[in-house]
Design a protein around this ligand. Structure first.
Ligand SMILES: [Zn+2]
Ligand SMILES: [Zn+2]
Ligand SMILES: [Zn+2]
Length: 139
């Protein structure tokens, strides 16, 4: 286990278990968001219920956020500012129709000015198109 993993878990009050460490460190190496079946495929020997529960715990504790695109739920690690019951993932997500990857676009943030007028529990902003990687390949 990396020191950074230990710190991330301690910062969000998550108890260390082998499976949690493995899933966290896997999510960290991937730039795109991953679906439950992507993660299950990678840990094909692991118990599926454990994987699912691990992701649920991560979400509750503010370690990962969910993104829904094309009816598939995907998971991506959160910024440090997210906390238990208090996610701060107000950024745009981009779904590429070509490679099917969903990425976080932190440079586009939903304005906080709306918070005075509305009670916002969850924000889902999704743009679809062709990502920069695929565009470069098609040139
Ligand atoms: Zn979050
Ligand atoms: Zn793409
Ligand atoms: Zn995101």
């Amino acid at each position: 286990m990396k020191k950074a993993t230990e710190d991330a878990f301690a910062g969000k009050n998550i108890r260390l278990t082998t499976m949690r460490i493995l899933i966290y460190e896997y999510l960290e190496t991937v730039t795109a968001a991953l679906s439950l079946s992507d993660i299950e495929k990678f840990f094909h020997k692991a118990d599926k219920v454990t994987i699912y529960r691990t992701l649920q715990t991560f979400q509750e504790k503010g370690l990962v956020h969910k993104i829904t695109d094309e009816n598939v739920v995907k998971y991506k690690l959160c910024a440090e500012t997210c906390a238990e019951e208090n996610h701060n993932d107000r950024h745009l997500h981009f779904y590429c129709k070509n490679c099917k990857e969903t990425t976080c676009r932190e440079e586009i943030i939903f304005p906080e000015s709306m918070d005075n007028q509305l009670q916002i529990d969850e924000i889902q902003i999704l743009a679809k198109g062709i990502c920069d990687k695929c565009l470069r390949l098609s040139l």
